[in-house]
Design a protein around this ligand. Structure first.
Ligand SMILES: [Zn+2]
Ligand SMILES: [Zn+2]
Length: 92
């Protein structure tokens, strides 16, 4: 398993957080999320509300989380909470 050295995480993290695809969850997304069984944030286990801000990871378009929860998560590990793939560090 790859271990990321703490001194590198700060820079990478700010790149990642700056590049996250953030948006309001929105009504349409709620229905789609329910159909996919993705209506709750796996980090805090709470259901998304229409006005919640979410952030999407690049591994899968259904891998989104509350942006606040994801920020906290990524401070601990730079991987997707769902598929465990390493979060893409590359800048766009
Ligand atoms: Zn959450
Ligand atoms: Zn993922």
């Amino acid at each position: 398993m790859q271990i990321i050295q703490p001194q590198n995480v700060g820079n990478q993290l700010s790149n990642i957080l700056g590049n996250l695809n953030r948006r309001a969850f929105g009504k349409n997304k709620i229905q789609a999320a329910k159909n996919d069984g993705m209506a709750e944030c796996v980090i805090c286990m709470e259901e998304y509300k229409e006005t919640d801000e979410i952030a999407e990871l690049k591994c899968d378009q259904r891998h989104y989380f509350h942006s606040k929860c994801l920020e906290q998560w990524l401070k601990r590990k730079l991987e997707c909470p769902l598929c465990k793939r390493q979060v893409d560090l590359a800048k766009k």
